[in-house]
Design a protein around this ligand. Structure first.
Ligand code: HEM
Ligand code: HEM
Length: 191
């Protein structure tokens, strides 16, 4: 929608394929957020006695606690798609990969399919805002899942703030997107 020149101007409205990709993305991201907030950030692996200070425990006792915790974390964090059951963490991974794929395909398809001319219901300032929020949304559709993959790939919790920050930035871009698009005359263009 941001550039009404090129193949875009030949098209009067969004194509069915673009609408489908748009609403599939909304669905996948909404499901992903529900799953994300239901993931257990505290893996529940701190065994009772973990909070005791070194002076209160023997080395053998601490070693045993560490082994229990390691075994529990290995079970909790296993992204084992082939064996065993299918848990929330694996669903989060699969939905994340789906969003990542949509995040790559959409801008490519947008280049091929073109964009319709601007809605006359949007002022010049709103068009500028829409251009930037669409760019931000499309970048974040790649960055949010990538930050999750880095988090899991490195197994280092230091990456968690990036994953959380990226999805909060996504909320900000979405709020701006809705401020220009969530009105009947504009919404109709995507239905
Ligand atoms: C669109 C894509 C994604 C969205 C919207 C998303 C969203 C979220 C949300 C909302 C949380 C909870 C954060 C909190 O409670 O503050 C979360 C946690 C997490 N996400 Fe994602 N995520 C996405 C993709 C991924 C991917 C591809 C992976 C890689 C497997 C991943 C791995 C994780 C991990 C490891 C956690 C922390 C869970 C824990 O420590 O228990 N995420 N995500
Ligand atoms: C995951 C969340 C969302 C993302 C990533 C997203 C992304 C986009 C993008 C990139 C466009 C430009 C057209 C295109 O390239 O396909 C667009 C257009 C549009 N979006 Fe969204 N969107 C999201 C959620 C929503 C929601 C929840 C609504 C309304 C309830 C909405 C309504 C619209 C409308 C009406 C347009 C067409 C605007 C116009 O050209 O007049 N979007 N969206």
């Amino acid at each position: 929608m941001s550039d009404p020149t090129g193949p875009a101007s030949a098209v009067r409205g969004y194509r069915g394929s673009q609408k489908l990709l748009h609403w599939l993305t909304v669905l996948a991201v909404a499901a992903q957020l529900v799953v994300g907030y239901n993931l257990d950030l505290d893996d529940g692996c701190d065994p009772p006695g973990e909070e005791l200070s070194g002076g209160d425990t023997s080395d053998a006792f601490e070693d045993r606690l560490d082994r229990l915790e390691d075994a529990c974390e290995a079970r909790a964090d296993s992204y084992d798609l082939v064996g065993g059951g299918f848990d929330l963490a694996e669903l989060h991974l699969v939905l994340g990969l789906t969003v990542l794929a949509l995040g790559v395909v959409r801008p490519l398809w947008r280049r091929v399919a073109g964009l319709p001319p601007w809605s006359e219901h949007l002022s010049a300032a709103q068009r500028r805002l829409a251009t930037w929020t669409e760019r931000a949304l499309m970048s974040l559709l790649v960055l949010v899942p990538l930050s999750g993959l880095v988090l899991v790939g490195t197994g280092d919790d230091a990456w968690l703030p990036l994953h959380i920050g990226a999805h909060i930035a996504f909320f900000a871009a979405l709020a701006a997107h809705l401020s220009t698009n969530l009105r009947p005359a504009v919404l109709r263009r995507m239905l």
